[in-house]
Design a protein around this ligand. Structure first.
Ligand code: AVI
Length: 323
C-alpha cells in the first residue's frame, strides 16, 4: 500500500480576481444591492466561519457533528469499501475526519472549496494525518458550471458526495435543486450523497444563531467589505455599515444584510455606488427546510432516500441518498 502524506494532485479552477470584481459590481448595480455569499470565504472569512461553528448559539455544527459521530459505523457500512469521497465546501475538514476514521479502504478524498489557501492547508493536514489516503483537492466555485476532474487514474467502486453543514441552505431552492442534480451527475450510479440540512424550528433559536452575543457573525458579514477594499481597491467605511440577520418563518430563511447607517458613496476602482441611509446589501440567505420537502426536492433531482438521522430536538438532519 503506497504511503503519501502529501497532496497527490491539485486541480485549480479558482475564480479569477476579475470574476470576483465583475460579480460584486453587478450585484451592487442591482436595484436591491446584493453580493453572493460565496465571497465571504477569503482566509479571514474562513477563519471567522470556523469561529462561528464553535459558538454556543450556532447549534448547527455541534448537532451535525454529534449525528455523524453517533452514526458513523452505520454510515460506513452503508457506503462500503473503495469509495471516492468528494466533499463540497470542505472548510477545515473537521467533520471529514469523523468519516475518514471509519470508512474502510477509501480510494481517495477530494475536497472541493472556493477558498484556495484554506483548502490547501486543510488538505495538507488531512494528508499528513492519513498517510495512506490519496488526497486530491479541487479549488473551484461549485455554484457555477464546473467540469469535474474524472479521477480515472486510480480505481474506485463508487463516488460519494459529502455536503455537510447545511451549506445547501445558502442556495435558493431552485439553485439547491440544480446543485442536487449536479451532485447526481458527479456521483453517477452507484453513487451516493451524504448531506446535512438545517430544519425549520423555533425562530428565536435560529435568530440567536445568526446574531451571536460576541459579534462573530457580524464580523464575518463585515469582513466581506474589508475583502472588497483590499482585493478590489475599494473604500468601504466599515464603521458606516452594520450587520443584520433576521429569520423569516414564512419563507423559511435567514436573510443577512449589511445596512448602511448613513447616506454615503463608495468607490470600487473607478466605479461609484450611492447608498441611502438604511439601504442594505443582501449578503446571504440561509434556508431552513422541512424534511419531507427536502427529500421531495432530492427526489426530483434523481436521488432516493436511503437513511435519515436526526437529533432528538429535530433541529438538523443528515440524509443519505443513493441513485
Ligand atoms: C455555511 N453556511 C451553512 C452558514 C449558514 O449558517 O448559512 C454560513 C453562515 N452565515 C452566518 N453564519 C453562518
Amino acid at each position: 500500500r503506497p504511503s503519501y502524506g502529501y497532496i497527490v494532485s491539485f486541480h485549480d479552477l479558482h475564480p479569477t480576481p476579475a470574476a470576483f470584481r465583475e460579480e460584486v459590481v453587478a450585484g451592487l448595480r442591482r436595484p436591491r444591492k446584493a453580493i453572493p455569499a460565496k465571497f465571504f470565504y477569503d482566509q479571514r472569512g474562513s477563519a471567522l466561519f470556523d469561529e462561528i461553528c464553535q459558538l454556543e448559539e450556532y447549534y448547527l455544527t455541534r448537532t451535525e457533528t454529534a449525528l455523524l459521530e453517533n452514526h458513523v459505523p452505520e454510515i460506513a457500512t452503508l457506503l462500503g469499501e473503495d469509495v471516492l469521497l468528494i466533499e463540497y465546501g470542505s472548510g477545515n475538514g473537521r467533520k471529514t475526519r469523523i468519516l475518514l476514521d471509519c470508512l474502510p479502504n477509501l480510494a481517495a478524498y477530494v475536497p472541493v472549496d472556493i477558498s484556495k489557501d484554506h483548502l490547501l492547508a486543510a488538505a495538507t493536514d488531512i494528508a499528513q494525518a492519513y498517510p495512506y489516503l490519496r488526497v486530491t483537492p479541487v479549488c473551484a466555485d461549485y455554484t457555477r458550471e464546473m467540469a469535474f476532474p474524472d479521477f480515472e487514474e486510480f480505481p474506485y467502486r463508487r463516488r460519494v458526495v459529502f455536503f455537510p453543514g447545511s451549506t445547501i441552505g445558502n442556495f435558493t431552492p431552485d439553485e439547491a435543486e440544480d446543485f442536487l442534480r449536479h451532485a447526481a451527475d458527479v456521483a453517477g450510479p452507484p453513487g451516493a450523497l451524504l448531506i446535512g440540512v438545517d430544519l425549520k424550528k423555533d425562530p428565536t433559536v435560529i435568530d440567536a444563531a445568526y446574531n451571536d452575543k460576541r459579534g462573530v457573525t457580524a464580523a464575518f458579514n463585515l469582513n466581506l467589505l474589508h475583502r472588497i477594499n483590499t482585493e478590489l481597491d475599494a473604500d468601504f467605511d466599515l464603521r458606516a455599515f452594520e450587520h443584520r440577520a433576521l429569520y423569516d418563518p414564512v419563507q423559511g430563511r435567514v436573510e443577512m444584510h449589511l445596512v448602511s447607517t448613513q447616506p454615503q458613496t463608495v468607490r470600487i476602482g473607478d466605479e461609484v455606488f450611492t447608498f441611502a441611509e438604511g439601504e442594505t446589501i443582501h449578503t446571504e440567505d440561509s434556508h431552513k427546510y422541512d424534511l419531507a420537502a427536502f427529500q421531495a426536492m432530492a427526489g426530483r433531482a434523481g436521488w432516493t432516500v436511503k437513511r435519515v438521522w436526526q437529533d432528538s430536538l429535530q433541529y438538523f438532519a443528515v440524509c443519505l441518498f443513493t441513485l
